[in-house]
Design a protein around this ligand. Structure first.
Ligand code: ATP
Ligand code: MG
Length: 453
């Protein structure tokens, strides 16, 4: 038999080392060496008898399309209608954002409705998980918790329990006993994921893995796993706000254009079925610097309030503090307001905040940001019934946005009466009844409409 030799390969530069070292001698990158078993050279031989033979594609039996519901319509929507048996799903997110909470809730639903679920915790103790479960009011007797980091032992328990779903919390803390490397290293994370992928595919168990995101994109973080798993979900939100967005970054069983909107409450994450209303509840009346914009979150329209505060700057560089919007986009808008509209705004201190802890990264929010800035600068409140959408170009032109009807329908539903949109979109609009629709070509024109009255 061929002797199988182990060597270590650098993921960055391909350097080959005989033993594992923390820093690659080739490119000096930390933690980049990965254990690699030298394969026998070509021709490749196998002692195994072939199990699978090539088949005509139309003859392949596909499953009946079963999907397990998760108990949250928002999570189901992101998954493309529920969990597909045998899928490997990666849930990533910042520390403390609510990953374990969400999975415990999904585990409760599946164990109540479908069958046993195993929650493997290698990060927190089983007592901590139990404490969270009792806070969330979970007491399903088909939901099992296991405090174990060794995937070999986990596999034994899975064999005995035969669960429908397994949750691994988190992939950075479990390890495969066949590798000598520490948990969390790139090699371990990859090997563990490959093992779990194989487990999911051979047993039809749904496997969730939790992955942490570190600031620098992390060498052992979930980024390297994205191509290995079936579905990648990212739980996003501001830690100090209760609002969370679950986004599909990759989905082999559905669209990635969907997002789920949830709110963190004492009893766990709950669906927000009417997000626009949720964001606009505390909107101030007749305040200068507040404008509502229609953006899209996935395929859903979302109305959010943009607030701006423009105050005379002191000496030196004017201050810019931007929360929830793109810094460069706001800089561009300020430059256009100065140069194309003639507002003397660039030397002012500028604060922009998107209310509720959400982010508007779409250029369609440009016009709203510009109007909020101008409103604060002039000290004139915009009409309370005003809603705007439009992208601003460098010459001060207002450019069309996608899905205009969805945005306007949401606006009409929430009672907005005056809708300022790009002129280029006007022809596509199926005019929502009871609203005044104003198509504008330039930013100057939009300002005139809003502030001349
Ligand atoms: N008693 C409570 N009431 C309301 N919310 C709570 C309570 N306890 C915890 N939370 C919320 O749960 C969050 C922690 O959730 P969870 O532990 O699920 O996050 P996580 O993403 O798994 O974190 P980690 O990265 O540490 O694993 C807290 O940030 C807080 O928002
Ligand atoms: Mg956790």
């Amino acid at each position: 038999m061929t002797k199988v030799r182990t060597k270590f390969l650098c993921q960055q530069c391909g350097f080959e080392a005989a033993k594992w070292v923390g820093r690659c001698p080739g490119c000096l990158e930390w933690n980049s060496l990965v254990e690699k078993t030298a394969a026998p050279s070509f021709p490749l031989r196998s002692d195994q008898k072939p199990v699978n033979n090539p088949q005509v594609i139309s003859d392949v039996l596909v499953d009946s399309g079963i999907r397990y519901r998760t108990g949250s319509a928002e999570v189901d929507r992101v998954l493309g209608g529920g969990l597909v048996p045998g899928s490997l799903v990666l849930l990533s997110g910042d520390p403390g954002i609510g990953k374990s909470t969400l999975l415990l809730q999904v585990a409760r639903w599946l164990s109540d409705q479908n069958g046993p679920v195993l929650y493997v915790t290698a990060e927190e103790s089983v007592q901590q998980i139990a404490l969270r479960a009792s806070r969330l009011g979970i007491n399903s007797n088909r939901l099992m918790v296991l405090g174990e980091a060794d995937l070999g032992i986990v596999a034994e328990h899975i064999k005995q329990l035969n669960p429908l779903m397994v949750i691994i919390d988190s992939i950075q803390t479990v390890f495969s006993p066949e590798l000598v490397m520490a948990p969390g290293t790139l090699g371990q994370v990859r090997e563990s994921t490959a093992f779990l992928m194989n487990l999911a595919k051979t047993t039809q168990i749904v496997v969730w893995i939790v992955g942490h995101v570190t600031k620098d994109g992390a060498i052992a973080g979930p980024r390297v796993l994205e191509h290995m798993v079936d579905v990648v979900l990212h739980l996003d939100g501001e830690r100090h706000h209760s609002f969370r967005i679950l986004r599909g970054m990759k989905n082999r069983f559905g669209s990635t254009n969907e997002s789920g909107i949830l709110e963190m409450q004492e009893t766990g994450l709950v669906d927000v079925t009417n997000p626009s209303e949720w964001f606009l509840t505390e909107r101030p009346i007749n305040a200068a610097g507040s404008v509502v914009v229609a953006t899209l979150e996935g395929t859903r329209p979302l109305l959010v309030e943009v607030q701006a505060l423009v105050v005379p700057g002191g000496f030196g560089q004017p201050r810019r503090s931007i929360t929830g919007a793109d810094y460069n986009r706001v800089s561009l808008i300020l430059a256009v307001l100065e140069k194309r509209v003639g507002l003397n705004i660039l030397n002012q201190d500028v604060f922009v905040n998107v209310v509720g802890g959400t982010k508007v990264i779409e250029p369609a929010a440009d016009l709203g940001i510009a109007l909020a800035l101008a409103s604060s600068f002039k000290g004139i409140p915009a009409n309370r019934d005003l809603l705007v959408t439009g992208e601003i170009g460098l010459t001060g032109e207002i450019r069309s946005v996608g899905q205009i009807n969805k945005r306007l329908q949401e606006a009409a539903r929430l009672g907005f009466k005056q809708l300022i949109i790009p002129k280029g979109n006007e022809r596509q609009v199926k005019n929502p009844a009871g609203t005044e629709l104003i198509g504008v070509v330039t930013l100057e024109e939009a300002l005139e409409v809003v502030f001349s009255g």
